[in-house]
Write a protein of this length. Structure first.
Length: 169
């Protein structure tokens, strides 16, 4: 018989799994329920890449969505308890979303990397929102040598780099 795990308990299990998989990385795990389902949002700064974290997050999704058919499909998972016994469960969080944020140092690192690769007439700068979160200015600076916008090149550079690989500039 399938055991149903609430979105709150799913978030607790996910938080524990993230802590053991990525020791020393601070994750914000927030669950929410709404008409028609529930989801979990996970935020972290720098640290592991999105693809590394997503390998953990996808284990806790209780559904998938097929946009071609406009259809949400529910599925069960099998987990192993402390005694080593397999158990069929359904996670009541339909979706789990990962959101990687970047520190000011990481943004500066990305800007320098792109500058070293492509040069350019001007470069973006790092500034801060009123809440203290950093952001990159100059998103509309076009880099002719790369045939792309600077901001896109920086995001692409940062996406595959783990936080510890970024050096302070």
């Amino acid at each position: 018989m399938t055991k149903y795990i609430s979105v709150t308990d799913t978030a607790k299990m996910l938080r524990k799994d993230l802590k053991s998989t990525f020791p020393g990385v601070k994750f914000s795990v927030r669950s929410k329920s709404y008409a028609g389902g529930a989801s979990i949002d996970v935020h972290w700064t720098d640290g592991p890449t999105e693809s590394q974290v997503n390998r953990v997050l996808y284990r806790y999704s209780g559904a998938t969505f097929d946009g071609m058919r406009d259809l949400m499909e529910y599925h069960s998972s099998v987990i192993v308890d402390e005694a080593g016994n397999p158990e069929e469960v359904h996670f009541c969080a339909n979706f789990v979303f990962g959101h990687r944020d970047y520190s000011a140092d990481a943004l500066r690192w990305g800007i320098v990397k792109v500058w070293e690769m492509f040069g350019g007439d001007s470069t973006p700068m790092v500034q801060y929102h009123a809440d203290g979160d950093p952001y990159m200015t100059g998103h509309n600076i076009f880099v002719k040598n790369a045939d792309a916008y600077y901001q896109h090149l920086v995001w692409r550079e940062l996406q595959g780099v783990k936080g510890e690989e970024m050096v302070t500039v």
